[in-house]
Design a protein around this ligand. Sequence first.
Ligand code: C5P
Length: 408
Amino acid sequence: MPDSTAQHAVAKQPTVLVGVTGCIAAYKSCEIVRGLQKAGVRVKVVMTEHATEFVGPTTFRALTHEPVAVGLFDDPSDPIHHISLAQEADVFVIAPCTANVMAKIANGIADDLLTTTALATTSPLMIAPAMNVHMYENAATMANRGKLEMRGVEFIEASEGYLACGDVGRGRLADPSDIVTAVLARLGIAHDLAGLRVLVTAGPTVEPIDPVRYLTNSSSGKMGYAVAEAAARRGADVTLVSGPVALQPPSGVHTVRVRTARDMLQACEEAFKDTDIVVCAAAVADMRPEVAAASKLKKATDAEALSTIHLVENPDILATLGAAKGRRTVVGFAAETDDVVANGRAKLEKKYADLIVANEVGYRKTFGEDTNTAVLIMADEEVTLPTMSKRDVAERILDQALALHERK
Ligand code: C5P
């Protein structure tokens, strides 16, 4: 099993400085900023004057909640802005980088804030070039690139295809998600779920008896939310289908709020088609009242209806999705009070899951707590995890789910 615990444990929030230069691909920098933020990175932006012809600094200010400087003397609160920017950055990535800016940096020219910062920085510099194919292949550009590479600048190769000018060839800015992955790799942050869609269920469901009463299960939603948050940080496109909980939706996650098991199933089925990995962490109510009264039942007049609630079975969301999984990887949970592993293994088969996260529940165990002691049960393997935070359990579940998915 891949042990990426160290990779996930980022002590302080890293800062990436994104340099934007005057190129038609400048709008793609917004996506790069977003992708880095989704992975938990603080992002600051520095632009050239020409870049502002394509995207305004206001856009980046709104995205980053940080000041965006363009001119060398823009920030009156900081007399030597290029030095402070250079020192703050754990990585400086220029994306897109024009031939002109490459040439200036290769030759130590520092005539604006971006190029001055590039000269002043001691942190890793990464360049994602974007330009016309002939400019890209020009001997001058190639020589500049060679010089920069000799100095340890990492290039994120431009791709081939139709260019904005109508030419076809190399010069398109690399895919923003590949740029994000490359920068995160440089920071030592895993981005191994990039390109995958993950569906997570979390929290309880509530099954109405009447407009004010309902049946439910114990569930804080913390485990499912931790999985959704971790998957998004690792680059996945995440849909979280959540029952009522007192948690904030994780940032960068598409959260769908539901109440009943049937609503949860419907929301899952809508997202399921495009999903690669499904993690069913919700504590779905197994039963629901057959009839939900339209008006509040009164003790005095509806004693019979209140004391005898006829229940019918809810759909099993995990088993329904598991039976239709195809190449998808399906993860379920088994909250057990006894025979944790045996019951978990039985659930693996019964619900067509690839992985069951089994844990012992009871008073002060798992429910509502921030820690969990789990066994990961798979067809041919069992991994017993020590007691750890739900955040760390989430990472381990995703490590294992990804490994299973890659084997399919
Ligand atoms: O059968 P049991 O409720 O113990 O199974 C737990 C697993 O099945 C969890 O992953 C839970 O999210 C899922 N489940 C479900 N729909 C149900 C009942 C359980 O998805 N109706």
